[in-house]
Design a protein around this ligand. Structure first.
Ligand SMILES: NC(=O)c1ccc[n+]([C@@H]2O[C@H](COP(=O)([O-])OP(=O)(O)OC[C@H]3O[C@@H](n4cnc5c(N)ncnc54)[C@H](O)[C@@H]3O)[C@@H](O)[C@H]2O)c1
Length: 317
């Protein structure tokens, strides 16, 4: 009765929940199966569509082959949209093993089942961090740039992307990879820079800034990313990769100063701390392929997206 059954992994996480809140309403003709292990990063309360008739939640681990085989048998997904991951770079430096298990082994488990169950499309949600670090004047990277990951997190995501590529080339699985820049917006875990700084500043505390704060990131509003994923999922060409950038490069110190201004605090709210080991200097991606082929580009202006984000996070005690 449904046109498609989409297995969405990691749909209780930051980006997955934004995607599902939009897609479940936008596509009543699709059935969405949200598969999530509910790690520390997940929060089912962020899902506003939990009672929708075309949505179901399954609590399971993508690395558990038997559980995944049962799930594919029971729900018979026609498409896989793969968000689930260990996603925090600092955690990957402390404890790389979980990143290898979930981001590489888990991806391979899903790819195998997608292949044997003749899934019509497997969409891997990936990151610009797989391209590694850019120098200050270098042009933003396109999809054919070499993969030069530097952290255990980005290496595990790059390995997942390469498996996706291999399953397309070897088995003819219809695949899509999207690589987005740093996301911001409501529902992000407070371990990440923007929510961590907002909650600290709103509680009148100092914020810990790595190194001199000169590292550059490109920022994308999470809703724009969700829309880019949706466009690639529907319009992307099989086997292709699409960069989804926010087109908004900022140094960490600039973001910090913007948040300090919103808090009405001073420069003394910044506490400079030892830099992250192997800290990539700059990420910047060229999204013109997505604009050209998918008709997608980010729509939310950084100042208003950031104000919404600021208003969302309540202070820590
Ligand atoms: N956050 C960003 O800025 C960003 C940027 C580009 C790409 N990405 C990618 O987007 C995806 C989602 O990122 P996010 O920020 O929403 O992450 P997140 O950490 O907020 O959410 C990850 C979700 O995956 C689930 N999960 C983790 N391990 C699992 C397992 N073994 N089995 C089933 N579920 C599991 C967690 O419970 C959580 O709900 C990731 O693949 C990430 O690499 C993130």
């Amino acid at each position: 009765m449904y046109e498609k059954t989409i297995l969405v992994t990691g749909g209780a996480g930051f980006i997955g929940s934004h995607y599902l809140n939009r897609a479940v309403v936008r596509y009543p003709q699709y059935r969405f199966v949200n598969l999530d292990l509910l790690t520390y990063a997940a929060d089912l309360a962020h899902l506003t569509i939990a009672d929708a008739p075309n949505y179901v939640f399954v609590h399971a681990d993508i690395t558990d082959r038997d559980a995944m085989a049962r799930l594919f048998k029971e729900h018979a997904p026609t498409h896989v949209l793969h968000f689930a991951a260990e996603s925090h770079v600092d955690n990957s430096i402390e404890h790389p093993q979980a990143f290898i298990e979930t981001n590489i082994v888990g991806t391979q488990v899903l790819l195998d089942l997608a292949r044997t169950h003749q899934v019509q499309r497997f969409h891997q949600v990936s990151t610009d961090e797989v391209y590694g670090s850019l120098t200050a004047g270098a042009a933003p990277v396109t999809e054919d740039a070499p993969l030069l990951p530097n952290s255990p997190y980005s290496a595990s995501k790059a390995a997942g992307d390469l498996l996706v590529r291999a399953y397309h080339a070897t088995y003819g699985l219809d695949t899509i990879i999207t690589r987005a820049s740093n996301n911001y917006g409501p529902y992000q875990h407070t371990e990440k820079l923007i929510p961590r700084f907002i909650t600290a500043l709103r509680a009148g505390k100092k914020v810990p800034l790595y190194g001199e704060g000169t590292n550059v990131r490109d920022w994308i509003y999470v809703g724009d990313h969700a829309d880019g994923i949706d466009a690639a999922f529907h319009k992307g060409r099989a086997g292709e990769i699409y960069n989804l950038g926010g087109g908004h490069e900022l140094r960490n110190i600039d973001i910090t100063r913007m948040l300090i201004a919103l808090a009405g605090a001073g420069e003394d709210a910044i506490e400079y701390v030892a830099d992250r080991p192997g800290h990539d200097f700059r990420y910047a991606i060229d999204s013109r392929k997505a604009e050209r082929e998918l008709g997608w580009k980010p729509a939310v202006d950084f100042t208003s997206g950031m104000k919404e984000t600021w208003d969302y996070y309540v202070p820590t005690s």
